[in-house]
Design a protein around this ligand. Sequence first.
Ligand SMILES: Nc1ncnc2c1ncn2[C@@H]1O[C@H](COP(=O)(O)OP(=O)(O)OP(=O)(O)O)[C@@H](O)[C@H]1O
Length: 501
Amino acid sequence: MRSILLVDNDRLGRETLAVMLRKEIGCPVLEADSPEEALESLDGQEISLLISDLFAPKDLGVELVKAVLRKNPEVVSVVMLPAGNREAVVKTLQAGALFYLNKPTDLDEAIIVTARSLEHYDLLVHKEKRGPKIRKTEGFHGIIGQSSAMQTLFNIIERVAEDGESTVLIQGESGTGKEMVAKAVHAFSPRAGKNFVPLNCAAIPDDLLESELFGYVKGAFTGANQSKQGRIQYAEGGTLFLDEIGDMKPALQAKLLRVLQEKEFEPVGGLKPVRADVRIVAATHRNLEDSVKKGLFREDLYYRLSVVPLQIPPLRERKEDIALLIEKFMQVYNRGRKRALAGFTGEALAALQNYAWPGNVRELENLVQRLAILHAEGLVSTADLPEKYRAGFDGVAPEVVSAPVLSSNPVRSAAPAAQIPVREADAPSTDGEVEALENQADFNTLVSDFEDRLILQALTRTGGNKKEAAELLNLKRTTLLEKIKKKQLDSFLARVGRNKD
Ligand SMILES: Nc1ncnc2c1ncn2[C@@H]1O[C@H](COP(=O)(O)OP(=O)(O)OP(=O)(O)O)[C@@H](O)[C@H]1O
C-alpha cells in the first residue's frame, strides 16, 4: 500500500493539500509539522512519497530529503519551495528530490506531480509489482484510463475474463471504447487462443443479419448455392461480440436467447441444431432497460445478456483521462511525421477538459489526428483549437492552469510518463512567475529555472538518453551536454539511474 508523508508548518496549507491528495490520489497521507516530527513518524512506518516544505532559511526540508533517502533509498521526494529560488531548486534536486513544486502550491499541479511521483515509484522501484497502476500509462490492453472509474473497470474486466463463460453486456455512449473493452475481455480469457468475432447488429440489414449470425444451408433461399457458416461458428471456442445489440429486431432476439439458454442454434434453412460453444459479449449505446420498458427489447434476453454488466463512463465524467489519452494519440499520430506535435499547453488542455465530448474518446482521437495533420508542429494552444472546443471556455484562472501535455517521442514511447510539470509555454505571466517577480527574482534566474525543468522533463521522457532528449528539445547534443554540465543536472540523472548517452 502506498502512502505519502506531507511535511509543512503552514497548517492550513498542509491540511488542504492532504485532504485533496487523500481524495484525488486515494492513499493515506501522514502529516508532520516539522522535519523532526517527520523523522519521528517514520519510525516503523514505510512511506512511498515525501512531500516537504523547504523550511527556509535553513533549508531543513533538503536535509529531511537526505535523511529519508538514507533510511530508505526507494522513497520518492518532492520539495515545495518559493518560486524563482534557483539555488533551492538545485539544492533539492542534488539532495535527491525527484520533483519540486512552487509555493504557494497550485493544488491541480500538486495532484499531478504526486500522481506522477507515485507512478515513478511504481515504475522504477517496484518494477516487479507491475500491478494495476501501470495500466494508467501503458493502458490496459490498449485502453487508456487513470480515472478511478476506469481502473475499477479494468479490475472487473480481469475478473470477468477469467471464467471465460459468463455473458457480458457493455454499455456506454458511442466512442467510449466498448469494442476495446470487448476485445480485452476476450484477450484475458481462456478463450484468447480462439477467434474474437465482431458483428455490428446495426450495420447489417435485418434480413441479412440472421444468416450472417447463424449461417445458412444450401438452398435456404434463392442464391444460396452452397452452405455458409455464420459468425457464431467462426467464433466457436472464442468470443462473439454483438455490437449495437439494442438495434436487433425482436424475432432475432428470440433466436439469440436460444443460443444463450441451450447453447445451440439452427442455420437458416437447416433443421439440425448445431452446438455452439461461444462466449457472447454484447454492447450498446442505448439504455437497454429503457428499451425493455418500451417493449423494444426482450426482458428475458436482457437479463441473460447482463449477467455481468459493464458500464463505461463518458469522457466528460473522467476528465483526468484526457491528458493521458492526448499523449497516447500524439504518439500514434506523430509517428512517421517529420514535423510532430510537441504537445498541448496547459490552457488548451483545460479548455478540452471543459468541453463535454459528445463523441467521447473517438472525438478526442479525431481531434488529435486532425491537429497532427493541420497544426503539424509545436505546442497546440487554445487559439489553435477549433471553435467548438473553445466555446464556453473563458480562459483559465491561475489556480486551475493544468500542466501541459507534452509529446513523448513517438519512436521512443517506452519511456515512463513521469513528467516534470512546466509552466504553460504560451502564457508567460503565470502564477509562479508573477510571484517570483514580486520576490524580485531576476529574469535570468527565471529563464534558467524554466530551462532546467524542460531539460529534466525531456531527459525523463527519453529515459535519460541525452541524444534523444536533445532531439526532443531541438538542440544539438553538445549544447545539451554543456547545459547539463553547467547546471549540474548529472547528479539528478544519476539518482534516478538515467545517466546515459
Ligand atoms: N480508453 C481508451 N483508450 C484508448 N483509445 C480509446 C479508448 N476508448 C476509445 N478509444 C478509441 O476510440 C475509438 C472508439 O472506440 P470503440 O470503437 O471501442 O468505441 P465504441 O464505444 O465501441 O464506439 P461505438 O459505440 O460508436 O461503436 C477507437 O479508435 C478506440 O481506439
